[in-house]
Design a binder for this molecule. Structure first.
Ligand SMILES: Cc1cc2nc3c(=O)[nH]c(=O)nc-3n(C[C@H](O)[C@H](O)[C@H](O)COP(=O)(O)OP(=O)(O)OC[C@H]3O[C@@H](n4cnc5c(N)ncnc54)[C@H](O)[C@@H]3O)c2cc1C
Ligand SMILES: Cc1cc2nc3c(=O)[nH]c(=O)nc-3n(C[C@H](O)[C@H](O)[C@H](O)COP(=O)(O)O)c2cc1C
Length: 498
């Protein structure tokens, strides 16, 4: 298709030519005696009209040439593509995904990363085979359809059996829950890239109608990806003032960084569900500017009267404390005001039915799983069916049993009162050869398959690196890839991993 510039060029040239010829005709035949020598006037006018025409023509040519130069620059520079460069790809119908892709591009560049930005229509299998890190920002249109610009990509790449084993990707899926096929194209793309052997940098982020919380979540991932977790949030949110009322160390003597359990009381009655996230706005005694938010899985339910968090104290390379965890575990004193807001996290909400629940996590991931176990216990008590055991199975992993068995007394209490019907613990440093939750899953393969056959849901919470991928792999081996995919699509396999 000709570009807008080319179309302008084609329309203007005949017009300019007609104008020039008409002027020439007027000059040659109009009765302009006795004011000037006819010959003189006619010849000089003719010369100036023709030279204006040619000047105009050369101006158009130059513009055309410049346009072609810049469109060439906008093309993907394959030669400069290397392992650390991030390709940011957008598929947009009405422009929002493109706008967010540009913001993503700017944020990563501020974070010192090398990036290239491109429309999905520019992508080919060859480019994806060279790329190592790709961020897709894609919307869904029609009734669960891909944007028009993605048609070629959908036909030539998504529909083919090409492999991209070197590719690491993440997807920001834009959509609207009022439509039946929510974020359908984002999910199709995710499914397809997974089938083609690509690996996720982090889980798909769904944006319901421009939801700010989801966009802040995306920015959190961009911060971790670029190693610049102090970049300002795109949009400042409103926070409430909560109070830090308790904090105690969970892993005295641990080989790992200290992890704390915190209790934060709300300014007024607050409602949330198991799976939801607390966003906090950190402060630092030596920093005046507004810092970016941090996210923490809520470890309690509203019936506890407070939000409880389990926070690992992180450190920067120079030994200074992480912005969010340093604020919550060190700088903020007991009784201190904490700016906090609750974010609904639908993708990790409890299952809709009373199905058996398999909970898998490591380290601070126990936070999100604890909220689910509390909610199950609460619902069970409400139904007054305590004599029928609930089917909850916990897999928890950490370093040493002696120091890192987070929430031990509570977990043992749940085993005793049948809120936990099965418990598997993996302490990796208690024996010469590491043992992780994924190893425990393999040991329990037969029982696990039986639970899934009874309709169990699987919830995973904790670290993305090491744990989440290992668990995914083990589940695929035990249940089969197709079954894992079915569970994911039916909302029976959910993850809150970071
Ligand atoms: C959905 C979600 C739930 C979360 N739940 C919890 C939770 O329950 N408990 C908890 O302790 N944390 C949780 N986190 C992580 C938390 O949001 C912060 O990333 C973490 O506390 C580090 O932030 P910081 O400001 O203290 O460190 P920063 O100042 O951001 O960084 C300090 C150092 O830690 C590294 N770092 C920062 N974030 C990560 C990361 N995610 N993985 C690896 N290295 C990192 C940085 O590169 C740097 O070296 C969750 C994150 C998400 C997205
Ligand atoms: C005509 C139309 C159809 C849409 N269909 C869907 C849909 O099927 N599923 C969905 O999740 N969102 C749907 N949406 C919502 C868009 O995905 C959402 O508004 C998105 O932010 C648009 O991003 P874009 O401007 O980059 O195209 C639709 C929007 C429009 C205008």
């Amino acid at each position: 298709m000709p570009s807008q510039n080319q179309q302008l060029h084609h329309k203007l040239l005949p017009f300019a030519l007609c104008l020039a010829l008409s002027l020439c005709a007027i000059c040659l035949f109009a009765p302009i005696e006795p004011f000037f020598s006819i010959q003189q006037l006619r010849m000089s006018t003719l010369a100036s009209v023709l030279s204006s025409y040619f000047l105009f023509y050369f101006w158009i040519l130059k513009r055309h040439h410049r346009f072609h130069q810049s469109s060439h620059q906008a093309k993907l520079d394959l030669a400069s593509m290397h392992q650390e460069q991030v390709l940011i790809v957008f598929a947009s119908q009405t422009g929002y995904a493109e706008q967010l892709a540009t913001q993503t591009h700017n944020s990563l560049q501020q974070g010192g990363m090398q990036t290239q930005l491109c429309d999905i229509s520019q992508l080919s299998a060859e480019i994806l085979q060279q790329a190592h890190k790709v961020l897709f920002l894609v919307s869904t249109t029609g009734e669960g359809d891909a944007p028009d610009s993605a048609a070629k990509f959908a036909r030539d790449i998504m529909g083919q059996t090409i492999k991209f084993p070197q590719l690491h990707y993440a997807i920001l899926a834009l959509g609207d829950r009022n439509y039946q096929a929510f974020c359908a194209f984002g999910h199709q793309l995710d499914h397809c890239l997974h089938q083609q052997g690509a690996q996720t940098l982090f889980d798909i982020v769904e944006v319901d109608n421009g939801d700010d919380g989801a966009l802040r979540h995306w920015q959190h991932h961009l911060g971790v990806l670029s190693g610049h977790t102090d970049l300002a949030d795109w949009h400042q949110a409103e926070y409430e003032i909560w109070t830090l009322t308790e904090r105690h160390l969970l892993n005295a003597g641990s080989q790992g960084n200290p992890a704390y359990q915190l209790r934060l009381t709300p300014p007024k009655d607050s409602i949330w569900q198991a799976g939801d996230i607390a966003e906090i706005l950190p402060r630092h005694p030596d920093v005046d500017r507004t810092l970016p938010h941090r996210e923490y899985s809520i470890a309690s339910i509203p019936q506890d009267g407070a939000v409880e968090l389990i926070v690992r104290q992180m450190q920067q390379a120079d030994g200074s404390l992480g912005l969010g965890s340093g604020w919550l575990t060190h700088y903020a004193g007991i009784g201190e005001s904490i700016q906090l807001r609750l974010r609904s996290n639908r993708s990790f909400h409890p299952p809709t039915s009373d199905c058996p629940l398999i909970l898998i996590g490591n380290g601070t991931g126990i936070a999100g799983l604890r909220a689910h176990l509390k909610q199950r216990e609460h619902e069970h008590k409400q139904k007054r069916t305590q004599n029928i055991p609930t089917q909850n199975w916990l897999f928890f992993g950490e370093r040493n049993h002696a120091h890192d068995y987070f929430c031990q007394s509570e977990i043992e209490q749940w085993v005793a009162n049948n809120n936990l019907s099965k418990l598997d613990l993996a302490f990796s440093r208690d024996q010469a050869q590491g043992c992780y939750v994924q190893d425990k899953l393999r040991e329990q393969a037969t029982e696990l398959r039986a639970w899934v056959q009874q309709g169990a849901a699987i919830y995973v919470c904790g670290s993305l690196e090491g744990m989440a991928g290992g668990v995914d792999q083990a589940l695929s081996e035990i249940l089969g890839e197709g079954e894992v995919e079915r569970m994911r699509e039916e909302g029976l396999y959910r993850r809150d991993v970071y």
